[in-house]
Design a protein around this ligand. Structure first.
Ligand code: MOS
Length: 780
């Protein structure tokens, strides 16, 4: 027997759930069918603001197959879901006659079939007293929201530094509302048994759904089970517990039947959040030789009339560059819009568009190469705290990415490079994602047949937790990967955070590793005085796990399998639960698994390091038709410091997914509203996302080292690529055309110099900025 063990972690592996997905065997909430299943359909407000004057449900109630029609008139009282670490729950549905936004749920029909419910819903007549909606940031009736999550950040004296700067850039940028649009329509199936409730849901947070429904209905969360084995994409739409989830449970409670509720595609635009639009003012000051002396970042974004939501547009800015004077402020303004939520790198995608566009503008104002400018101002330590980073390979990202991309072939002069008739542009941007790792629990078992079952109540929205956690558990336990099963998507499993903020791999992976290490230790304890065991009395430091068992590291003959230990001790299994805590909260030594051995990991002492998120440098080549203004992203190279990469294949998949999202955000995606605030492009024909034809050559390289603050060493790459991607594309468009577009999406009209007049975006923006996308460069 060999004593060499090789790690599965770090190798490119196919998804363990890939076959289930491509063969249609994976069951999503929308696929769940139960005996006696009834169907709920939602009716939504056609006005943007006002009150419901009258609802006539008589015809609907008499329609064939109808079991119940529920409106604010007859709906039971529902409590608002709990406060979460990221803000309060959305308002509970059908609790008053007040209409706060277009698309608000105002009635629900439950019937024997979905078609019957749909037909009956058309018979409901609602009259409204419509008010004038608040749709612009400068409407005197708006109010700014203050909440505790994004405090103003200031260091140094920005005003003085800007006044004294050799070179200045002052520019206003805008970003459009975007909608997540996962392929899978969100669905909820709810079944009550007394006060116990089972819910099959589309969510990124099973425990959040459990707790929210327990609060809404005033029942014990212990009796609620939320099942989410598969999610058909989410992109942030599943991070909050939206009113339709509560309504599905309400429908089941009222009709005493299992009920399925599926949102339509149009309803997906108004029911599960969206990326709010922003207007951002950036002022940069620099010395003639290219040292940043001042960054002033002011962001305004929209929020619903009765909501609070953490929207981190500016927090990345003070940490971005080694600049002595920085001010970053973000304000949210209440508008009569569907409740925003989080969408792929929420805030950071928008904030990085403004900051990284402005840095590019500064590079031209100074006549310095954009990479050189960024390298010159690289933050070698965290500039806000002065602490060394827990890891930071951003300089390698710049260097290696530039080399892979062929940046040296770039002629810095705008409009100077061509490929036949097409204008060619090279652009780049820095990307960073704030570190985020909430607490998480996992439980690990090894059974008498030698198989391992590791699980946690997390989700896999497509990022790969099923796969990477299976790999990780196989390594930590020394059990062949085919004999390891990883379970998730069940609130009966240990408490896991939402799969969001690119934080799940770290949170869950550290919990899985901790549970597996404790499980191996539990086996050692079991045989500590077992005369029949060849590994009797061994410590974790002495052993290697391999081939489904434990051996003494320097003596391959002293080995026994987990199954043998369990059989001899008359046990079916040993099960251990463990928790991971956010890095930096404690400094302690834990044992971690590496290549079958167990080695101590000592976290830096509390307050000694700045916990770094992931970093990247994105490089983009665009081709622009000078006559038609059409833009093609011909090539993207991203050099990524994601810390330890558990599976290069799924990690790369995350990055190219972010590239596709970034292409959509930069060039295509925009919620368009008419002047009354109604969304008009609520279909995938009218709301255009990047498809395969829009995503051409993509290349990802990973650089850097395991993060020193995480026992697992990962940093989280889920949302990294969409951060900075829109700026890299905009910068490439400027290089290609000489036209600086400061307003997303970069439409053909904007490239050709005819501002788009999308009603909502431009009217909201015009008020504050004068006009969208203004700028001045001043060399004093
Ligand atoms: Mo992401 S918006 O944290 O799902």
């Amino acid at each position: 027997m060999s004593t060499e063990t090789t790690e599965v972690v770090g190798t490119a592996r196919d998804r363990v759930d890939g076959r289930l997905k491509v063969t249609g065997a994976a069951t999503y909430a929308i696929d769940v069918s139960l005996p006696g299943l009834a169907h709920a359909v939602l009716v939504q407000s056609t006005v943007t603001s006002g009150r419901i004057r009258h609802v006539d449900v008589d015809a609907a109630e008499r329609a064939p197959g109808v079991l119940a029609v529920i409106t604010h008139v007859n709906a039971p009282k529902l409590a608002r879901g709990p406060m979460t670490p990221l803000g309060p729950s959305p308002l509970p549905p059908l609790q008053s006659d007040v209409v706060l936004h277009y698309g608000q749920h105002v009635a629900m029909v439950v019937a024997e079939t979905r078609e019957q419910a749909q037909a009956a819903a058309a018979f409901i007549e609602i009259s409204y007293q419509a008010d004038t909606p608040v749709l612009a940031f400068d409407d005197p009736r708006t109010s700014a929201v203050s909440h505790p999550w994004i405090p103003d950040q200031v260091r140094g004296d920005v005003t003085r530094a800007l006044a004294a700067a050799d070179v200045r850039v002052d520019a206003t940028y805008t970003t459009a509302e975007n909608t997540q649009n996962p392929i899978g329509l969100f669905a909820t199936v709810a079944v009550w048994d007394g006060d116990a409730l089972t819910v099959h849901d589309t969510t990124q947070w099973p425990h959040g759904v459990r707790d929210s429904l327990a609060t809404a209905f005033g029942v014990d969360p212990v009796g609620i089970r939320v099942l989410v084995p598969f999610v058909g994409g989410a992109f942030g739409a599943g991070l909050r517990v939206w009113p339709h989830v509560t309504l599905a449970a309400l429908a089941a409670r009222v009709t005493k039947r299992p009920v399925k509720l599926v949102l339509s595609r149009a309803q997906m635009f108004t029911s599960v959040g969206h990326r709010p639009n922003t207007i951002q003012q950036l002022s940069l000051g620099a010395s003639r030789d290219g040292r940043l002396t001042a960054i002033d970042h002011v962001a305004t974004s929209s929020i619903g009339m009765a909501d609070e939501l953490l929207n981190p547009i500016t927090p990345g800015t003070p940490e971005s560059y080694a600049c002595p004077n920085v001010s970053a402020r973000a304000t949210q303004v209440r508008l009569s819009i569907p409740t925003p939520g989080w969408m792929r790198a929420p805030g950071e995608a928008e904030g990085s568009f403004a900051l990284e566009s402005a840095i590019d503008e500064l590079s031209y104002a100074l006549g310095i190469d954009p990479i050189e400018l960024r390298v010159k101002n690289h933050a070698h330590v965290n500039p806000q705290t002065g602490l060394p980073w827990s890891s930071n390979a951003l300089l390698d990202c710049y260097r290696q990415g530039a080399e892979r991309f062929g940046w040296s072939a770039r002629n810095p002069k705008p409009r100077s490079m061509r490929k036949g008739h097409l204008l060619v542009g090279y652009g780049m941007a820095r990307a960073a994602l704030t570190a985020y790792q909430p607490p998480c629990r996992a439980v690990a078992s090894i059974r008498r047949d030698g198989t391992a079952f590791v699980r946690s109540g997390a989700t896999d929205i497509g990022c790969g937790p099923y796969t990477v956690m299976t790999m990780l558990a196989a390594d930590c336990l020394g059990v062949p990967i085919e004999r390891v099963q990883f379970g998730l998507g069940d609130s009966a499993m240990p408490n896991a955070p939402q799969e969001g903020g690119s934080g799940l791999t770290g949170a869950l992976g550290n919990a899985v590793q901790a549970a597996c290490v404790s499980l191996v230790r539990a086996f050692l304890n079991r045989v500590s005085d077992d005369e029949l065991s060849p590994i009797k009395g061994c410590r974790l430091e002495d052993i290697t796990v391999r081939d489904g068992g434990i051996q003494i590291s320097d003596d391959p003959r002293r080995f026994e399998t987990y199954g043998e230990i369990l059989r001899r001790h008359g046990l079916d299994e040993i099960t251990i639960e463990a928790e991971s805590a956010p890095p930096g909260e404690t400094s302690s030594t834990t044992m971690i698994a590496r290549a079958g051995r167990f080695v101590p990991f000592t976290a830096p002492s509390t307050g000694a390091r700045a916990h770094a998120g992931a970093f990247a440098a994105h490089f983009v080549e665009v081709h622009v038709d000078p006559d038609l203004g059409t833009i093609r992203v011909a090539r993207v190279v991203s050099a990524v410091d994601g810390g330890r990469i558990l599976n290069p294949k799924t990690a790369r998949s995350q990055i190219i997914g972010g590239m596709a999202g970034g292409i959509g955000m930069a060039l295509l995606e925009e919620n368009v509203s008419d002047r009354t605030g109604r969304l008009v492009n609520t279909s995938l024909a009218d709301y255009v996302v990047a498809v395969n034809a829009d995503v051409r050559e993509v290349d990802v390289l990973f650089v850097g080292q395991p993060d020193s603050m995480s026992p697992l060493g990962t940093k989280g790459v889920g949302e990294l690529a969409i951060a900075g991607m829109a700026a890299a594309i905009a910068n490439a468009v400027y290089h290609a055309t000489g036209t600086r577009v400061r307003s997303l999406p970069i439409s053909i009209e904007k490239v050709l110099g005819h501002e788009s007049s999308s009603a909502r975006t431009s009217s909201r923006v015009a008020a504050i900025a004068g006009s969208p996308g203004t700028a001045s460069h001043e060399a004093v």
